[in-house]
Design a protein around this ligand. Structure first.
Ligand code: MLT
Length: 408
């Protein structure tokens, strides 16, 4: 008899954003007359930069001729893209990362979800609360947790975020092996300073732990003092893997392109204490299970690093950040304390009430979709997240509708 992976039964019935989509669909069916404005899932709404589209078209034309056609590409990504990434995103910032340490992929969601499989099942994981659910759920699927009780899985070391600590969790009090960090943070929009990040790097070095650093939102940083990459911190090459994405920065949520950096100096150990290269393990995993990102998509991504591409991407990000400033200003004017929105596209708002009820109320009274904080963990209860990813017109309309809903 075929048995299921019983760890899946420990998971919540549906993924956060699927549950939201279900509730929104039900609302739309009952109220088709009110167009819903989506500020829930962080999905971009503006078209790809013109430089990316031109490169995309050209690559498609190359695929139309036998002489320029390409079949399987390198599983790690084409050299032209890996070299552009290394030079622009790392070396230009003084971070010592090389093209052959970059693995191009179809998404940071997949990479942050898949990476855990190269580590032992008894790895002790430290996960922030609130958190992007993928980090936690994929560890549940892998059998690295116990059962779910009172909103938490047994066997996980939770790193609590709160208004008091600015959603920058303290170092764990018990030993852990694998630490998930995300800055600028999804969902809270909180940012971390170089000094604060250095404390995590030192902790990981002292404990032979690894930090999984999700930097998918680094392009939204406005404050020049903040680190864009963990590799701007001394010692990080020995303790960290970093995840990046073109989804939110250049509109690739539907096009799919991202990358993961695994430095060659990063080691993990056998039970007997023998060191192994994490880069080699991830390379083995990727070349076995992944066949690379489509050539035209990689050409489109590489075009972001051209002068025109950089200017167009900055324009996109500036537009979303204007929305973020508006959301923050309006929510504060309505009397709500907020985090985020200054160096991130997410605004984390303290509602002080049940977050799913607040979500339902905003949907019913304003026709606006947000994300309930409880969906990101128990420390998210009492908060909602509003995303800045929409047109300026829609965000303005949403904020006036929210103002009316909350004032009646
Ligand atoms: C979010 O809204 O948290 C993100 O869009 C989710 C993701 O990037 O997968």
């Amino acid at each position: 008899m075929i048995h299921i992976n019983a760890h899946y039964l420990k998971l919540n019935a549906s993924y956060l954003f699927s549950e939201i989509a279900k509730r929104v669909a039900a609302h739309q069916q009952q109220h088709p007359e009110v167009p819903v404005i989506r500020l829930g899932i962080g999905d971009v709404t503006h078209a790809l930069p013109a430089a990316c589209i031109a490169a995309f078209h050209q690559a498609v034309d190359e695929m139309a001729q036998d002489s320029t056609f390409r079949g399987y590409g390198p599983e790690q990504g084409y050299a032209f893209l890996r070299e552009a990434i290394a030079a622009n995103d790392f070396q230009a910032r003084g971070a010592d990362i090389h093209a052959d340490e970059i693995f191009v992929s179809d998404g940071a969601k997949c990479d942050t979800g898949n990476i855990q499989e190269i580590f032992a099942t008894d790895t002790r994981i430290a996960i922030p609360d609130p958190v992007y659910p993928v980090y936690l759920d994929t560890n549940v699927m892998a059998g690295r947790t116990g059962t779910y009780r009172n909103g938490r899985y047994e066997g996980v070391v939770y790193l609590d975020g709160s208004m008091e600590n600015g959603f920058i969790p303290a170092l764990p009090e018990e030993p852990v092996d694998l630490i998930y960090l995300c800055f600028p943070n999804n969902p809270t929009g909180a940012t971390i300073t170089k000094e604060q990040l250095k404390a995590w790097v030192d902790y990981a070095a002292a404990n032979k732990a690894i930090i999984l650093f999700d930097a998918a939102y680094e392009a939204f940083i406005r404050d020049d003092r903040l680190p864009h990459s963990i590799y701007e911190i001394e010692g990080a090459r020995e303790v960290a893997i970093e995840f990046r994405s073109f989804s939110k920065t250049a509109g690739f949520t539907g096009t799919r392109c991202a990358y993961t950096v695994v430095p060659k100096s990063l080691m993990a150990y056998t039970a007997a204490g023998e060191a192994h290269s994490v880069h080699s393990l991830w390379n083995r995993r990727q070349s076995t299970k992944f066949n690379g990102v489509a050539y035209p998509v990689q050409c489109a991504a590489a075009a972001i690093y051209s002068d025109a591409g950089k200017a167009q991407m900055t324009g996109l990000i500036d537009g979303y950040m204007e929305n973020a400033a508006l959301v923050r200003k309006e929510m504060q004017a309505l009397g709500y304390a907020c985090i985020g929105g200054e160096n991130s596209p997410y605004i984390w708002i303290a509602t002080g009430s049940d977050s799913w009820s607040f979500f339902d109320m905003l949907l019913a009274k304003a026709g606006v979709v947000c994300t309930p904080g409880a969906g990101f963990g128990t420390c998210g209860e009492g908060f909602i997240r509003i995303s800045a990813f929409n047109s300026h017109e829609n965000v303005s309309t949403a904020m006036s509708r929210i103002g009316q809903a909350l004032n009646t």
